[in-house]
Every structure is written in structure tokens, then in C-alpha cells.
Design a protein around this ligand. Sequence first.
Ligand code: HEM
Length: 465
Amino acid sequence: MKQRTAHDGDRIPGLGSMALLFSIPRIQRNPLAFLSACAQRYGDLARFEAGEQMACFVNSPTAIRRVLQDNHRNYTKDTIQYDQLATVAGRGLLTSDGETWLSHRRLIQPAFHPRRIEAMETAILRATTAMLAEWRGRLPGSVDIDAEMLRLTLQIAGQTLFSIDLSRDAPRLTQAILTALDHIVYRASNFLALPDHIPTPRNRRFHAALATLDDAVRDLIDARRSQSAAKDTPPDDLLSALLNATDTDTGRQLDDRAIRDEVLTLLIAGHETTASALTWAWHLLATHPEAQEKLRREIAQVIGPRPPQYADLPRLIWCRQVLEETLRLYPPAWLITRRAIQADELDGHAIPAGTLVIISPYTIQRHPAYWSDPDCFKPERFAGERADYPWPRFAYIPFGGGPRVCIGQNLAMVEAMLILASLAQQFWFEPERGQSAVDIAPLVTLRPRVKGRRGLQLRARPLQL
Ligand code: HEM
């Protein structure tokens, strides 16, 4: 069949109301597969109509650039995706808009200054070293890399951003976060889901998970306030910045709800995504032993037997390329949505006011017009200088783009590289014997699933140091 493109006539090709209705089971089964199929069938812009409501799936770098950067003021986060996230994380940086977003972004941004990130090295390495020591005691054997990366990155987020030790609570909190996030995915994809206030077992689990998270954040804030009241010097971290911040217009401090929302947003956004990236990196390295061996050799040459450090990162070139290629093939934040405030034009097509705009880093980062062998793992495509990369800037958006670009992207890269290097230095990973295909589950982030079960078991063997 001839591939249609967005430029075949004025009307954006896509699905009318009836066709969309019949597609609901497919969308519910796998929204990522549905979007990929639409990109193939309809080209760079696809229209989905539901009565008066119109959605546009945008899969061209020029249109994505206009939405996220050039005309970003016209596009809000007033979408189901962010409304659902807000039921867990509240109206923090990720889900808020307008003046609130801008003032909070200005407040939080300094915590991600390169000097601050460099100072986070100790906390990242301490948590990673403790995990590796525990592994050395029980491996060779099987390890659920997904669960391990989630626990590790949550501990690191707690320590680096809020100076709290979550080593004991990490398993309980990661479980609560997963339960809450799974629930919002379920709710968003099941139109017949009973409202949250009806005490079904699923809804009860969701409320219990929310209560666990709320309690943890309240304890954190209370502990810090009593430390200040006792005139102990509180750590100079993001929590202190949030507690001491005053609104430039009103002169008032942030209320407890706003602080809770920002803390929870940063804990969730800051660990789930990085854990997903690391899990997929290990999946790729375990299934591409030559790439893993190249990483091991690079670490031996650049670092030797001592632990990796922040200062080593510029010389860990293959390590960075592996991560960048992992983020291309498996972008943890696979879905970005916006709503058009006023009518706009994308790639020459009229976009009515109120249109829901859907962007998927996953589909644009596998677009055959910009990527050769788009589904193949080829870290070497990221060799050389960024400015010389052959693809347009907005064909590679694992961290989004424009003013709402991920605030934690530099921290995520530093953290992921230090963890990847530490693990590669000490262990060799192989796929679990007899493990069937690893599926991609497009939940809030992309997660691995094997035979319908979440998680990814790998065989890990300690290396001689
Ligand atoms: C590999 C790891 C990460 C990935 C792939 C990732 C991806 C993204 C993406 C795509 C966005 C833009 C969403 C949009 O435009 O709608 C975003 C925003 C955000 N991310 Fe990340 N992120 C990562 C790590 C982190 C970390 C470590 C933190 C914090 C510690 C963080 C905190 C945030 C916040 C607060 C926002 C909202 C920023 C704003 O709107 O001002 N992320 N992230």
C-alpha cells in the first residue's frame, strides 16, 4: 500500500470518530505499538477525532520544535496525561503551567547547577558501592536489574536532592510509587474503571500507596523543620531552598502542599526515568556482548581498578554513547502531550484551538528519515561532536526540549554514567537462560516485561578487580 504523508491534501490523514472507537482495544493493549503503526501509515502528522475533540500525533522534528520551543507559550500541559500524574504528584514542576511553573522552575534550577551535580558524586558512588558489595556477597546468579536500579536511583534521589537516607525505606517507597503510577495508567486506559472513591481492591491499594508517599514526604519536611527549630544547621539542599523560598510577588513562603508536590515530583521524576534508562542499557549490553566488552575495556583503560569518579566522565566516551543510544531506542519518557490554546499551524497544516498534541520520543527517535537502521543498537552513531550530528535537534528528544526541557538531564547523565561504569567494572551481564523476548511496557515510563511479568532478570558474574 502506498504510504500517505501529511502533505497529501489539506486535511491531516488519520482516524475519524468511528475508526478511533474501533481502535480503542488496540490503544489499550499497547499505545506505543498503536502510535508506531500510525506513524507508518499516516506519515508525520496524524489526526484522531473523537466527536468535537481533535488530537494530532506529531512525528516531525519541525512540528515538534514548534510545539516545544518556537511557539511553546501556545501549548499547555492541560492534558489527561498530566492531569493523571497530578493525582499522584500534585501540581509540581512537571505538571504545572504559567506563572507557578516559571517561579518554581527559577527556584529549583540552581539545585541542578553543574557545580552542585559534581558535589553529588559522593552520594551516587556511596549508594552504588553499597549495592555492589551486597551483590558480591550473593552473585554469580540471577538479578532483577529493573528492581535493583529502581531502588538504587530512589536512594540517590533522596540523598542528592533532600539529604535523606532512604536505604531502608527504598523497597517500600518504590513499591508505593509503582502501585500509584500503575493505577493512573490503568485509569487512563480503562474508560470503564470505577471512580477512585469507590473502595474496590485496586482503588484501596492506590489510596494506601498515596498515603505511604504522603507520610514519607511529611516526615521529611517535619524532620527538617525541627532541625531548623533546634538551631541545627540544616543541609544546604533543595529541601531547604523550598522551605525558605518566598514568592517574589506576594512575599509569602510556599505552602506545605506546594512543597509536598515539588518533593514528590522530583523523587518520582528523578528516579523512575533514570532507573528505566539503566535497565534498558543493561538489557542492550547483555544482548550485545561486544558492546559490553568494549565498555569493560574502556573502563579498564581510563579508570583501572579504582572506583569511577566524576572527573573520569569526559573520557568515558563509549559509556556515554551507549547511554545516548539507549535513550534513543528506549526513551523512558515515551509520551509528551500538550494542548493548543489558540489555533496554530504545524508543517503547513491548520491545528484548531484546543487540539491535544501527542509527541512520542520513541517514534521520532526511530523515524527512518533521520535514523539509519532505526531499530538497531549502534552507539557509534553518537561519535563526534554534537554539532555535527546528522539528525535535526528535535529528532532526538529523550529529555524533551524548549523551556520545559528536563531539569534533571545533566544529573541523570552523570548519575547513569557513574552507575553504568561502576557495574561494568565489577560484573559481567548475560541474558537469563531460556528467557523469551523482552517486551516494552509503555507505562508512565518504558519498562521491561517478560512473559507478562514486569522486571528483567539478568545473570550477573563478578569480575576480578
Ligand atoms: C534518564 C532520565 C530522565 C529522562 C529520560 C527524563 C525525561 C524528561 C522529559 C522528556 C521531560 C519533559 C516532559 C515534557 O516536556 O512534558 C522531563 C521533565 C522533567 N524532568 Fe526529567 N528525565 C530524566 C531524569 C530526571 C531527573 C534525574 C530529574 C530530577 C531529579 C527530573 C526531573 C524532571 C522535572 C522536574 C521535569 C519537569 C520540568 C519542567 O517542566 O520544568 N528528570 N524529563
